[in-house]
Design a binder for this molecule. Structure first.
Ligand code: TYD
Length: 208
């Protein structure tokens, strides 16, 4: 079995984090060394930047500033966490990666897509996930599920339904454009059924 870099994507409230945990358990049961990490964040330096991004007024940054901060944190994360783990032949399961920036800042934030993509690739030293698992749910269901009304890290949830509809449609668009690495799973079913579909899709592609 070959270690892989797998990113998980989806609207807020899509249940990605639960699926990341289920997949790491599965890989550990196969004795595969695996790390879980997340963006924005994933190392001390990037977590410091995360705090500025996920708290406070939803309009406090312009989309370009948001894109640059996300990618500043990403560069630290790639250099300090992801690349060393891949070099050590570990699996890397990443809760969000640059597709989040392409969708939230690029598409929903109305930036030029080609420019946004260039910046994401620059920040990642051209490291692309081997597989991207999109847990697809409607923006309405996601925002209802998102239980962070009392959490301070809710700056993006506060951006409203129109923004989140653009995020969902943006993801579906990316899944078509990058069909070589995207796996789209229906997230509007039980967590067990989502995982069953996800695992089957990975087996079909001979990943696990
Ligand atoms: P996260 O903590 O992963 O939230 P969730 O649990 O909903 O997945 O991410 C925080 C927010 O940051 C989330 O609303 C999406 C947003 N985000 C971007 O806008 N661009 C990015 O590049 C990343 C990585 C996240």
């Amino acid at each position: 079995m070959q270690n892989k870099f797998i990113s998980f994507e989806g609207c807020d409230g899509s249940g990605k984090t639960t699926q990341v945990k289920k997949l790491v358990e599965y890989l550990h049961s196969l004795k595969q060394e695996t790390i879980i990490t997340r963006e924005p964040g994933g190392c001390k330096e990037a977590e410091d930047i995360r705090h500025m991004l996920v708290t406070g007024d939803p309009e406090k940054w312009h989309s370009k500033t948001e894109l640059l901060l996300m990618n500043a944190s990403r560069h630290e994360h790639v250099k300090r966490t992801i690349v060393p783990a891949l070099t050590d032949k570990k699996w890397v399961l990443c809760d969000r990666f640059y597709d989040s920036s392409l969708v939230y800042q690029g598409i929903a934030g109305s930036l030029d897509f080609t420019e946004a993509e260039y910046i994401c690739k620059f920040a990642s030293d051209n490291l692309e996930p081997d597989i991207t698992i999109l847990i697809d749910i409607s923006a309405e269901v996601g925002l209802q599920r998102s239980n962070r009304a009392t959490n301070k890290e809710n700056r993006f949830e506060k951006k409203g339904i129109d923004y989140h509809n653009k995020v969902r449609n943006g993801y579906l668009q990316l899944a078509k454009t990058y069909s070589h690495r995207f796996i789209t799973i229906n997230g509007e079913q039980s967590q067990e059924d989502v995982f069953k579909d996800l695992l089957q899709a990975l087996k079909d592609k001979d990943i696990v």
